[in-house]
Design a protein around this ligand. Structure first.
Ligand SMILES: *[C@@H]1O[C@H](CO)[C@@H](O)[C@H](O)[C@H]1NC(C)=O
Ligand SMILES: *[C@@H]1O[C@H](CO)[C@@H](O)[C@H](O)[C@H]1NC(C)=O
Ligand SMILES: *[C@@H]1O[C@H](CO)[C@@H](O)[C@H](O)[C@H]1NC(C)=O
Ligand SMILES: *[C@@H]1O[C@H](CO)[C@@H](O)[C@H](O)[C@H]1NC(C)=O
Length: 348
């Protein structure tokens, strides 16, 4: 030691300590600065504007926490999927759930004794209804809890194309505005109801009774409004009704081999940040965590993981151009996140 006395040593140690502290603080500030820059870039990309400074500060904190979570998940090389700071990156889980997910629960028993594909045995090892021309472009529900209508429309578009050869984007807004079935009297009422708790079965009942017009005819606005289609003869597609596959992944596969199917997923976890790969993340609970999607196929990834091909309604920026591959064939017979539990499909 080159120190002549103890006080010199203490002084040196103090300077070293302060220097380290200053360095650490600078590093943290720089990190914060680059995160702020990322937030700015993200805001520009998604056209996000915050009215007030405190709102921006608040959103920045949430953004930072979400990015940390996303990066930590992505750094696990063993995970079969990647996440990204997408359009939901400045929302907390609670805010996200409140703005998107809606669930009413099946009113009718889903106990199924029979469904039309139950005895199907020859199942192709993979299926992609997009390649068969039975899937319309990805739609975006916006801030409206109406995934039930998007999932139902996707499955009606699918079976209509399969049975007629015509692929027609159908009106989700008409389902939202007009498909209000009041139990008991079998009549459809006209009410402000669209962004609320509903089921794909509401859409199927409406489309079998009244028919459904095209998206072009009745465009999407994504807010509650009154029914704009009072003319019962104004429709493009009619169906006969709907069926439930038995609640197992095997039954679901039999149905999906034959047509797109609507399902619920207990989302939560990192589902909303999914970017690519085969999702095998955490699931949410019943209640607010439930989200409706259409399954438009199934297959096996290059890594040998079996998956369901999901069509979501969160725009093309989300996931794999709006789609998700979701782990299939888990131990639980109802599947990961109970994906096979509440499936339904329209019949023609
Ligand atoms: C990696 O993933 C496989 C399959 O999901 C799993 O069985 C294994 O335990 C994981 N390994 C680690 C280190 O997490
Ligand atoms: C499936 O097979 C069982 C047993 O033969 C039969 O009872 C049932 O009606 C069949 N289901 C359909 C949808 O054909
Ligand atoms: C739409 O109406 C439903 C039912 O009245 C209501 O629960 C929901 O909050 C409304 N949503 C919007 C965005 O106005
Ligand atoms: C759909 O219609 C059937 C037959 O009228 C009815 O039993 C069922 O409750 C309706 N489903 C919904 C979700 O309203």
């Amino acid at each position: 030691m080159g120190f002549t006395n103890q006080s010199q040593w203490i002084c040196f140690a103090l300077i070293l300590g302060l220097g380290a502290l200053a360095f650490q603080t600078t590093a943290r500030t720089l990190q914060d600065e680059s995160m702020r820059e990322r937030h700015e870039q993200w805001m520009a990309h998604y056209g996000r504007v915050y009215e007030e400074n405190y709102e921006k500060e608040n959103r920045f904190k949430i953004f930072k926490e979400n990015v940390a979570r996303i990066e930590s998940s992505n750094s696990d090389a063993n995970k079969s999927y990647k996440l990204s700071a997408n359009q939901f990156a400045d929302l907390t889980n609670e805010e996200f759930k409140a703005s998107r997910n809606r669930f009413k629960g099946h009113e009718c028993s889903t106990e199924t004794t029979s469904f039309k594909y139950e005895n199907v045995t020859a199942l192709p090892s993979s299926m992609d209804w997009r390649k068969k021309g039975a899937v319309t472009p990805i739609k975006d529900q916006g801030q409206c809890g109406n995934s039930w209508a998007f999932a139902a429309a996707a499955t009606i578009e699918g079976i209509h194309q399969i049975s007629t050869g015509n692929l027609i984007p159908l009106s989700v807004q008409e389902l939202m505005d007009c498909a209000v079935y009041v139990d008991g009297d079998g009549k459809f009422r006209i009410e402000y109801f669209g962004c609320a708790y509903r089921l794909p079965e509401d859409a199927y009942n409406y489309t079998s009774t009244r028919g459904l017009t095209t998206q072009e005819n009745y465009p999407y606005v994504g807010i509650n409004e009154t029914c704009q289609n009072q003319d019962a003869s104004n429709y493009a597609v009619k169906i006969k009704g709907y069926e439930y596959p038995a609640p197992s992944e095997t039954s679901l596969m039999k149905a999906v081999a034959n047509q797109p199917v609507a399902v619920t997923i207990r989302t939560g976890g990192d589902f909303r940040f999914y970017s690519s790969g085969v999702y095998a993340g955490a699931c949410g609970d019943l209640g607010d965590d439930v989200h409706y999607v259409a399954i438009v196929g199934y297959g096996t990834s290059d890594d040998g993981l079996d998956y369901w091909l999901i069509k979501n309604s969160w725009g093309t920026d989300w996931g794999e151009d709006g789609y998700m591959r979701f782990l299939r064939g888990t131990d639980d017979k109802e599947g990961l996140c109970l994906i096979a539990k509440d499936a339904a499909y329209p019949i023609v």
